[in-house]
Write a protein that binds this ligand. Structure first.
Ligand code: FES
Length: 130
């Protein structure tokens, strides 16, 4: 069986278009995985709810502009693409495409289980997380 390509990955409805006001976020579950859904003035964004530093619950963090901070040690991530914006995190978190379905008036996420990330230690000790 071949792997699903990005364009074949289905969108999963997660709730009505007005489920969050701009500036709000929520933690939702897709395929038993925890996702942070964020509504900003320019649209919805979705990230995995697991900090790349040490698995902190990003969805419990503070949202400021386009950044969400991890409640455990304060790393910041860009909600638009999951990029790490401050230490102690330096690896991104997975982000997922979000769309509005006019026919159903629902928000949908194109969720694909993130691949395990290789850890690249600046000192040369490298590991694979699974
Ligand atoms: S677990 Fe998120 S900054 Fe440490």
């Amino acid at each position: 069986m071949s792997e699903q390509t990005e364009s074949e990955t289905p969108f999963t409805p997660v709730g009505p278009a007005n489920m969050l006001k701009p500036g709000e976020s929520a933690i939702i579950e897709i395929e038993d995985d925890s996702i942070v859904l964020v509504h900003l003035h320019d649209g919805y964004y979705a990230l995995e709810n697991r900090c790349s530093h040490d698995n902190g619950p990003l969805g419990q963090g503070r949202l400021v502009g386009f950044e969400i901070d991890c409640p455990r040690h304060g790393a910041k991530f860009d909600v638009r693409d999951g990029a790490a914006k401050s230490l102690p995190a330096f690896r991104p978190v997975a982000s997922f495409p979000v769309r509005y379905n006019e026919d159903t008036d629902e928000i949908e996420i194109q969720y694909k289980k993130p691949e395990p990330q290789a850890f690249e230690d600046p000192r040369g000790f490298n590991f694979n997380f699974t």
